[in-house]
Every structure is written in structure tokens, then in C-alpha cells.
Design a protein around this ligand. Sequence first.
Ligand code: PXP
Length: 240
Amino acid sequence: MIALHINIDHVATVRQARQISEPDPVTAAGLVELAGADGITIHLREDRRHIIDRDVRILRQTVQTRLNLEMAATEEMFGIALEIGPDIVTLVPEKREEITTEGGLDVIGASNIMRDGIKQIRDAGIRVSLFIDPEEDQIKASREIGAEDVELHTGCYANAKNIAELDSEYQRLVSGAETAHQQKLQVNAGHGLNYINTQRICGLPHLRELNIGHSIVSRAIFVGISQAVREMKEIIILNS
Ligand code: PXP
């Protein structure tokens, strides 16, 4: 069965719009776990625009499934990850001016900070996943640098403007998943997935985990967070 990790950043986005204490992503995490999520994903951004340090600390104590900390490969973030000890660290590229993560990580051109950080995280017993585009050279570099998982960036598939583009992006993901599996990397995927385009993604070979955030939090506004999680779980169960 493909695991569903839910990214709760945008619960925190609503809180930060008022800079008060509600809605609390910690409460959201508990509810999505009760509704069937297999893991909680949070992105601690350099500018702390949604998830803040306090959330990471409390979630480490309260999450009952698995806590996946998405972060940029910086000394500050590696320090926080080593102190908090999430179950998984997912490295993502980060630009201050972007609205959301725009592309995959450049693992081929990895900095020394990234290389050293990955080693330290792995030595601490934390799983390392790299968020990358489904490109053969990036996948092979991920293996060489010491990652155990890759999260294939599904953003181009999700944003495809016509059927031909959709099919071609899907095929890129299929090839990426095959290459990652050959490299003995666990295959995960995410970004831009919703209640329509997730069904086909579930057919990717060797897929183990999905990270989905914005569409679930959006639907939660209308149907409640538990129902939103259950509906996405159902899509995954029916198509796994
Ligand atoms: N995976 C990664 C690495 C991400 O950065 C994000 C967005 O924070 C997601 C998955 C979830 O994307 P979305 O919110 O579009 O479902």
C-alpha cells in the first residue's frame, strides 16, 4: 500500500496570516493521523512563513506516525534537524521569493554543506530523502551522496496544459521511478497532487509514499480535515 504523508504547512499559513495561535498545525496533525494519514510532513522555511520552530518541537513529541521535516540544505537547518530528530529529513531547494517549492534539488552540484549535512543526518539514524526532478543523473547522484529515498517532483505532471504534455510528464516519472528503484532508492513522489491527478500517480512503479498538502488542506475548509484525508486515502487505496 502506498503511504500518505500529509503536509500541514498551510494550516500554519492561515495561522500566520494573523500571527496568533489558531489554527494550530499540532491539532491538525493529530486529526489527520486519526483519519488515516501515515505520516506528517512539515517544511520549516528559512523565512518561517508558515511552520515555525515551536511547531517542529511540539510535533516531534506528539506525532504518532512519522515526522518528515522538509528543509533547505543549510547549516542552520541541519542543526535544527539534528537537535529535533525527525524520522525523515527531505532536502528541498528553497528560494525566498518563491510561492512554493519550484523545482527539484540540484544533487549533482551539491555543496559541501549538503554533503556533510546528509552524512551527519544519516549518522544520527535519520532517513534522508531528496526532492528531485525525475532525471537519471540527479537520481544517480542522490544514491552516490547517501540518500535512502528520492521524492520525485510531480509538479510538471500536475501543471501539464494538455494531454500530450501530461502523458510525457507521466512517462518521465515512470522512467525516474524505474531508475531510482534500480539504484536501490525508495521511490516517493509529491507536489501539486490533488483529488483528480493522484489516481494516475498511484500507478507509478515502485511508489512507496506520497506527500500531499495544499489540496487536502483546501478541501478541509469545505468538508473538514478528517473527511478530506479519508477521501484522499480512498483514492490511494483504490489505486494501489
Ligand atoms: N513535497 C515537497 C518536497 C514539497 O516541498 C511540497 C510543498 O511543500 C509538497 C510535497 C506538497 O505539495 P502540495 O502542497 O502541492 O501538495
